[in-house]
Design a protein around this ligand. Structure first.
Ligand code: FAD
Ligand code: DHB
Length: 388
């Protein structure tokens, strides 16, 4: 089979790239190794930058966001028993939108289905050949049939554990792990807060987010090797009350409908291109979740690469040739922001000899940020999204 662009992975990056290419008349096939139900069931990120909302809307994917997205003007930073609002809209005139990654993926899947796109689920033995040539190939088996896709370009949108990155020669990984993880729950209870709360507590980080007026999303810092079985719903709520509680405020509880632990790492690949092979999204980089940059940076990569491919097919390769540099430069800005937010808000483990110094220094940093308009503007600018 021949196509113009073979895309590996039907996460938000792969599905959005295929949709963006369709809008400019470029054919693509998306090859995903998991089932449609699995892809639709994955609960991950929850915050869209203003630029992400604008891009999705421009591509005709804005109806769900307009109907169900919750516009937020800012966040709360909480520490030392006090809760401080950082009002992005008042500071710099920008907002973010609560709209789950799960909903973004559902919207993309529905749009592709209605348009009759070629998205192959449950493909096994996905592999890439001919990365050195001008006709790279993707092989896979679906429904017992082996298929070879011959393409002008192959794009790896296959996440951190995908097969595309290892086929780029001479690629170096810059990486660090953090000595903690996030335990996240979804609960059927209206959010107890108007804006997201990011809290540093002596016992560790906690966050109150949401998915809708009826559904809350909450996170707790836990040790990196923690087992979810150790955390009954009652223990989770107790810990959330302790870390998020302030006088005169009540955290409402509700039935927990999902519960999982996510490790935290920072990772950037030194290369996002080799000849006709490209990487977008988590295949090329990972941020720790504090600051909500993962999904948004996947959307940014796709926006840049889609422009480059569109121009290529009308004879202009400048944007395509600039993709790797532009995406990496932007990515390192997001890396430092995500690292800054993570280190601002998480408690170093007690085994770290500098843990107590660190904690007090973090309180100093939080006291500075919540008292300085300059610092708040910088936070607001980065959280609401840097320009493409
Ligand atoms: P993915 O969503 O990982 O999609 C990659 C796709 O490729 C998947 O569907 C996968 O099944 C498929 N694939 C993999 N290997 C192959 C193969 N060999 N062949 C074919 N297909 C393959 N970000 C935030 O901002 N906030 C959060 O709270 C947050 N929580 C997260 C929780 C978890 C558990 C994880 C893993 C990530 C979280 N993120 C969060 C990050 C965010 O979800 C990602 O940045 C985003 O999903 C990136 O999209 P992607 O399409 O690049 O990758
Ligand atoms: C959510 C996740 C984040 O990483 C974040 O910084 C804010 C919100 C969420 O899942 O709602």
């Amino acid at each position: 089979t021949r196509t113009q662009v073979a895309i590996i992975g039907a996460g938000p990056a792969g599905l959005l790239l295929s949709w963006s290419l369709r809008a400019v008349g470029i054919e693509s096939v998306v090859v995903e190794n998991r089932s449609l139900d699995y892809v639709l069931g994955r609960i991950r990120a929850g915050i869209l930058e203003q630029g992400s909302v604008e891009e999705l809307t421009r591509l005709g994917l804005g109806a769900g966001i307009a109907e169900h997205g919750l516009t937020h003007n800012g966040i709360y930073l909480q520490f030392d028993g006090g809760r401080h609002k950082i009002d992005f809209h008042a500071l710099i005139g920008r907002t973010v939108t609560v709209y789950g990654q799960q909903a973004v993926v559902a919207d993309l899947v529905a749009a592709h289905r209605d348009a009759g796109s070629d998205v192959v689920f449950e493909a096994s033995d996905v592999s890439i050949d001919g990365g050195e040539t001008d006709a790279p190939r993707v092989r896979y088996v679906a429904n017992g049939v082996e298929t070879e896709l011959v393409a002008d370009f192959v794009v790896g949108a296959d996440g951190f554990h995908g097969v595309t990155r290892p086929s780029i020669p001479g690629l170096t990984s810059y990486e660090r792990e953090y000595p903690y993880a996030w335990l996240g729950i979804l609960a059927d209870v209206p959010p107890s807060t108007d804006e997201l709360i990011y809290a540093l507590h002596e016992r560790g980080f906690a966050m109150h987010s949401m998915r809708s007026p009826q559904v809350s999303r909450l996170y707790l810092q836990v040790p990196p090797d923690e087992r979810i079985e150790e955390w009954s719903d009652a223990r989770i709520w107790d810990e959330l009350h302790t870390r998020l509680g302030i006088p005169g405020w009540t955290l409402e509880e509700g039935p927990v409908t999902d519960k999982s632990i996510t490790p935290m790492r920072s990772f950037v690949a030194s290369r996002l291109r080799h000849r006709r092979l490209f990487l977008v999204g988590d295949a090329g980089h990972i941020v720790p979740p504090t600051g909500a940059k993962g999904l948004n940076s996947a959307i940014a990569d796709v926006t840049m690469l889609a422009r480059g491919l569109a121009d290529h097919y009308v004879g202009d390769d400048r944007a395509l040739d600039g993709y790797e540099q532009a995406a990496l430069t932007r990515q390192w800005k997001l890396q430092q922001f995500s690292q800054w937010m993570t280190e601002l808000l998480h408690r170093a483990p007690q085994s770290d000899p500098a843990a107590e110094f660190q904690y007090r220094s973090q309180l100093g940093r939080l006291a500075y940020v919540t008292a300085s308009t300059h610092a708040q503007e910088s936070l607001a600018e980065q959280y609401s999204g840097l320009p493409l």
